[in-house]
Design a protein around this ligand. Sequence first.
Ligand SMILES: *Cc1c(COP(=O)(O)O)cnc(C)c1O
Length: 295
Amino acid sequence: MFVDIEPATFNMSIEALRECLERDCRVDGSGALFTRDGAQVKAIMPVHLFGLSCRMDEIIELAARFELPVIEDAAQALGTDYPSRHGVARAGAIGDFGAYSFFPSKNLGAFGDGGMVLCRDAAMAAKVRALRNHGMEQQYRHAMVGGNFRLDALQAAALSVKLPHLDEWSAARRRNAQFYRDAFAAAGLESIVTLPSEPFAASGATNHHIYNQFVIRVPRRDDLCVHLRAHGIGHAIYYPLPLHLQECFADLGYRPGDFPESEKAAAESLALPIFPELTREQLSAVVEAIRAFYR
Ligand SMILES: *Cc1c(COP(=O)(O)O)cnc(C)c1O
């Protein structure tokens, strides 16, 4: 089951999650939770999109009420701070499980594929470890069928060298975001371009956003893309088609209009270059190209 997003942050809407659990699911005699189609609800999976944490206090509260584990997709949020009621926590280390990705496009990228699972419970951690290596806990003894999800030693070596720089890179991304904010304001584009929201900035947590992506919303998005391409300015659309409209999920029976905020975001959003090594001149050139388009 999907739930719609909160338009300001692109993250899971707490209201939508609550409605989904309270209205669209039902509890059977044994206390287990089921969807309308009779499938058991096994977990809540929030995605911390673009480097900003979901509202985890509320998600954890709902999960506790419905006795569901929380599995965080923190692929874009390695190092992201979340100012919870109980103090600052790290996205991916709040729920029962968290997953990070070291795919090269992430804030901490290997030179190939890699990832990491965080787990709160020791017995579950042992199981995840075994699943990673063909379900093997003891050499050549298989209690279950797993797969090969091992992290290459070469990838681990590259990541070890890069890891100490992660905080400075996150700070540089945040600096670039602030530069964009100031430059868009100076260019008089604030009423046209909707900048990413920073709901946790006032908390004082350093990595309240780590800007894996800097995603704006704009009118005439596709025409702007053509203009940016013509000016040699990198950009990307994350994501052009929401999950509920993907062919691979057609059997779930969702239709256009089911998640209006996700559909609107897919039509309006645009990611601008935000990587740490960008110069002020390059950032200015991006803003100038956008200003010229809307002039
Ligand atoms: C990159 C990404 C993934 C997939 O990570 P892999 O390492 O490619 O498996 C999953 N979720 C989000 C939000 C991502 O950005």
